[in-house]
Design a protein around this ligand. Structure first.
Ligand code: ARG
Length: 256
């Protein structure tokens, strides 16, 4: 073989596994399992119950997608930093759901389902808001937490940094919440439904402060151009038409 040919063969060998990594409906059906990647620190969308099982609104939706494909669902915990987008683009998981916001930037590397939940970025502060933190207003000189690689971090970089806020980046959302509770940071940027959930589970400890920073929509995430996205959309349509979607919202106590 010529050197050029050898190089071409070597390159093809490198490229093939990546292409095979992109999950498709046919592959999922063949293996009989749909692997969902999720960062289970985000109640009520995904969290570990008392027995350590990963559960939540997103998990129930993913289970319905698996059911419609005639396969079982396998849930894998992945930290958010690795989840978006590497876990999906590498084929480590077939899909990701983790209260993941649809953005144009992310849509360049992954495929999103249709939006399935309307959300917003908000400030989470200590119950009673002792520091009288608010937005828009007094962010200057304050330390504000964000979870790495989330839209909360993106919006804080864009809106809060220029106003003189100091950002503290957490890999784990729960660690940020612990710092809010301990008064180590003024606020944490997070998703609105998580605040509602916190208020229910830990009354008086957390609250939202000021106005919403940004409105957004959650989507299911698949490898770029995977036909699994269309399959997921069909499941969403079915769940909405049958009233099951509403039942799931009620089950996890959420408005939409
Ligand atoms: N909606 C935000 C985003 O897509 C935050 C999601 C964080 N999810 C989680 N399970 N920690 O970036």
């Amino acid at each position: 073989m010529t050197r050029a040919l050898l190089l071409a063969v070597a390159l093809a060998a490198c490229v093939l596994p990546a292409a095979a990594g992109a999950s498709t409906v046919a592959e999922v059906k063949k293996k009989g399992v749909l692997v969902l990647g999720t960062d289970p620190t985000f109640a009520p969308f995904e969290f570990k119950d008392r027995s350590g099982q990963i559960t939540g609104f997103d998990i129930d939706i993913a289970r319905a997608v698996a059911k419609d494909l005639g396969v079982r669902l396998q849930v894998q915990a992945v930290g958010f930093g690795a989840l978006m987008p590497q876990s999906v683009t590498s084929g480590r998981v077939d899909m990701a759901m983790s209260g993941i916001t649809i953005t144009a930037e992310r849509a360049r590397v992954v495929s999103f389902s249709a939006p399935y939940y309307r959300s917003a970025q908000v400030f989470i502060v200590r119950g009673g808001n002792p520091g009288k933190f608010e937005w828009p207003g007094n962010v200057k000189g304050k330390t504000i937490g964000v979870q790495a690689n989330t839209t909360g971090q993106f919006v804080a970089d864009e809106l809060l940094k220029p106003k003189g806020a100091a950002l503290k980046v957490y890999d784990d959302f729960a660690a940020g919440l612990a710092d809010v509770r301990a008064g180590r940071i003024a606020a944490l940027v997070g998703d609105a439904p998580t605040v509602t959930d916190l208020q229910k589970r830990l009354p008086g400890q957390f609250q939202q402060a000021g106005k919403n920073l940004a409105a957004e929509n959650y989507g299911m995430v698949f490898a770029k151009n995977s036909d699994l996205a269309a399959a997921a959309n069909r499941t969403l349509v079915r769940l909405k038409a049958s009233g099951e979607y509403q039942k799931l919202l009620d089950k996890w106590i959420m408005q939409q």
